[in-house]
Design a protein around this ligand. Structure first.
Ligand SMILES: [Zn+2]
Ligand SMILES: [Zn+2]
Length: 158
């Protein structure tokens, strides 16, 4: 499988090193390697010396190309060691700070937005967090609504 032809040997090494340091946890891909201040760090050998880069940034850039100047990657799942590119969104520093301050840890019904219960979905207006427990509940309701409602009405008629 060829990913990008311009990928150099170094990038491949970095990619392999990256793959060696991840684990799947629900929808999140968590970094199991070196961390600094809660964020994964990927060690890279740039030919002259070993440098380190934020692991989540590496993951995002592998998928989307370089992060635009002045933007930083916000973890929509709030799991800072998560390196799933789909859980990251480039935002301005100000927006990142604002989101951090506004951050809601629980859904309106009180279910925790943790890595197991949070599902990140892409919508027309951007990326959103959804509560799995609530989704399960509404699906159950919808299911139990459809047929039984019909049956109940039938009973009333007779
Ligand atoms: Zn995540
Ligand atoms: Zn909920």
């Amino acid at each position: 499988m060829r990913v990008r032809h311009k990928q150099s040997g170094l990038a491949k090494t970095a990619r392999q090193r990256f793959d060696d340091n991840i684990a799947y946890a629900g929808d999140c891909i968590v970094w199991t390697g070196v961390t600094s201040r809660g964020y994964g760090r990927l060690q890279l050998n740039n030919g002259k010396r070993v440098v380190s880069q934020a692991a989540h940034r590496f993951a995002w850039e592998q998928q989307n190309g370089p992060v635009a100047e002045g933007f930083e990657l916000d973890h929509l799942c709030r799991n800072t060691i998560c390196v799933n590119p789909d859980h990251l969104e480039p935002v301005t520093h100000l927006e990142n700070v604002r989101r951090g301050a506004l951050f809601v840890t629980h859904c309106p019904k009180g279910h925790a937005y943790d890595s197991k219960n949070t599902c990140v979905v892409k919508t027309a207006t951007g990326t959103q967090r959804r509560c799995r427990a609530c989704r399960r509940e509404s699906m159950r309701k919808r299911r139990s609504h459809h047929k039984p409602a019909f049956i109940v009405e039938k009973r009333k008629e007779s």
